[in-house]
Design a protein around this ligand. Structure first.
Ligand SMILES: [Fe+2]
Length: 209
């Protein structure tokens, strides 16, 4: 996004009854007591480059934005042993362009000993969830429609989604085998959504139930 900050015009008082002007979601900033470990993990998992690093933080990005993940760190930030039951952020999500990028990422991370705590076909997305060194969950997803408008429409019209807004767990190894056997993304999604790849799937929702 580029904006001409030198442009001038007369500005009228805003109408308080006007609908909200909708800004774009830009970044997430996390508190951490282990800045180096967190930077290394986000670099490895998401390919986030270091835009700027200082003693008490870092700004990381993996696209054209000046940062997408911020980290703030002091030695007074401690791990939260009760994170699971405390209100707050459940996860942040990043999207891949296609199923091959997504499965390649699963394999690459597995080679580093990094495995998902949960894999689900949500209907609108296939999603893998990973824990960063502080136990924050990061979702890696692909859109099952390849189109945000269509997947959004499916969410508010599909009976299957109304009946189960989470969806079945999936074994990522089974998804990988299916793709290697020549199944398309759509075929894999249809089978996954019927629960055909649920056996052996990681299913920790990181939520007290
Ligand atoms: Fe999500």
């Amino acid at each position: 996004m580029t904006t001409d900050l030198t442009a001038t015009k007369s500005v009228e008082a805003p109408e308080v009854t006007a609908p909200a002007i909708r800004p774009t979601l830009h970044h997430v900033t996390l508190k951490t007591g282990q800045l180096a470990e967190m930077m290394a993990w986000y670099e490895l998992v998401l390919g986030l480059d270091r835009q700027f690093v200082f003693e008490h933080g870092a700004w990381l990005t993996n696209d054209a934005a000046n940062h997408r993940v911020g980290l703030l760190s002091t030695d007074k930030v401690i791990e939260d042993p009760d994170k699971l039951t405390h209100a707050g952020l459940h996860h942040s999500a990043f999207e891949y362009a296609d199923i091959d990028e997504w499965l390649a990422t699963y394999e690459r991370l597995k080679a580093h000993g990094i495995l998902p705590h949960m894999v689900v076909d949500h209907g609108m997305t296939l999603s893998m969830y990973y824990l960063d060194p502080d136990g924050n969950s990061i979702e890696l997803q692909i859109d099952n429609f390849g189109n945000w408008r269509q997947s959004g429409e499916w969410m508010h019209t599909a009976e299957a989604f109304a009946a189960d807004p989470i969806g079945p767990p999936c074994d990522p190894e089974a998804l990988l085998a299916a793709r290697r056997a020549g199944l398309s993304h759509v075929e894999i999604h249809e089978r996954a959504y019927r629960g055909e790849y649920a056996a052996g799937a990681p299913t920790d929702p990181r939520l007290p139930l």
